[in-house]
Design a protein around this ligand. Structure first.
Ligand code: SAH
Length: 298
């Protein structure tokens, strides 16, 4: 990272913040990108054309927004902080940028207008809920900056320490690809954590259908809800055997008491299910969790 790269964008960012007397607010995840190289790389990853409508969550003072607006047909930017919002509104007006729809609200509380791509340096305190909110919409791709450890868990492979409830939940919804790392020095104020830029590509509904074709069934929402409950129960005890994890977290999947649950699990005759129940949670693939969630009815 060259000094001049940090310099230009850092100077511009500090000058905008100072002029407006802004002290950035940690509780809102306000760490502003000052590394021009990384900014340019993120924009490039977006692979934008003049047909694209880009959703950006947490634009801050517009470090990504102005660049996105030059490449895309339109940008929808949702910023919660009313003071930062006002600064960005004035900046866009001054720079005569007229293809940005600015929304001053909590991104978790608004319906998103129509978009086809997402590019955001996210406020990290909402990483999980905002990611699942994205996945309720239909879009082509998302380029997102997360805390490094969170990104690793999104992409956690079965059997590794990063395999988690998050990886298992995302597995059926989207492909996750870690594109590059961004060090804490690339932001002001400097956060305590490093970051990663991640690309999410939603899986086609046809593909989800195929994954599930063995059961001749689709992951309809109720089925995904059951999968989600099983995943939650299992990963509360990811180093235990699935059988014990389900007994300990039975409240996530049924109303049985401990004795009834043990009895129920001990009465299972299927070899496949018994084999899975005897495995440690972190070695069980998402497909196998899905199988359990479909065949264990309490
Ligand atoms: N994208 C900018 C700013 C990133 S910091 C940059 O790269 O420099 C994250 C921004 O998200 C902050 O401006 C913060 O005010 C805003 N924010 C925090 N929580 C939010 C929420 N729930 N909805 C919308 N914006 C939010």
């Amino acid at each position: 990272m060259s000094v001049s790269n940090i310099d230009s964008l850092a100077k511009q960012t500090k000058s905008i913040l100072n002029k407006n007397n802004i002290k950035l607010n940690k509780n809102l995840g306000q760490n502003y990108l000052i590394d021009k190289n990384k900014r340019d790389q993120i924009i490039k990853f977006g692979n934008l054309t003049k047909d694209d409508v880009v959703l950006e969550i947490g634009p801050g003072i517009g470090t990504l927004t102005t660049e996105l607006s030059a490449k895309a047909k339109k940008v929808i930017a949702i910023e919660q902080d009313p003071i930062i919002f006002k600064i960005l509104e004035e900046r866009l007006e001054k720079e005569k940028i007229d293809n940005v729809e600015l929304i001053n609200n909590d991104a978790l509380n608004v319906d998103f207008p129509k978009f086809n791509k997402i590019v955001s340096n996210l406020p990290y305190q909402i990483s999980s809920p905002i990611t699942f909110k994205f996945l309720e919409y239909d879009f082509d791709s998302a380029i997102l900056m997360y805390q490094k450890e969170f990104a690793n868990r999104m992409d956690g492979k079965v059997g590794t320490k990063d395999y988690s409830r998050l990886s298992a939940m995302l597995y059926f919804k989207c492909d996750v690809e870690i594109l590059t790392q961004v060090s804490a020095e690339s932001f002001i104020p400097k956060p305590k954590v490093d970051s990663s830029v991640v690309k999410l590509t939603p899986k086609l509904p046809e593909l989800i259908g195929k994954l599930n074709a063995i059961e001749n069934d689709e992951i309809s929402d109720p089925a995904f809800k059951t999968y989600s409950n099983f995943t939650k129960a299992l990963f509360q005890h990811k180093n235990k055997k699935a059988r014990n994890a389900l007994i300990d977290s039975r409240h996530e999947v049924c109303n049985l008491d401990k004795k009834e649950m043990k009895k129920k699990l001990n009465s299972i005759t299927s070899h496949k299910i018994n084999d899975l129940l005897d495995q440690r949670v972190i070695t069980i693939t998402p497909e196998e969790i899905l199988y359990l969630s479909e065949h264990l009815t309490f």
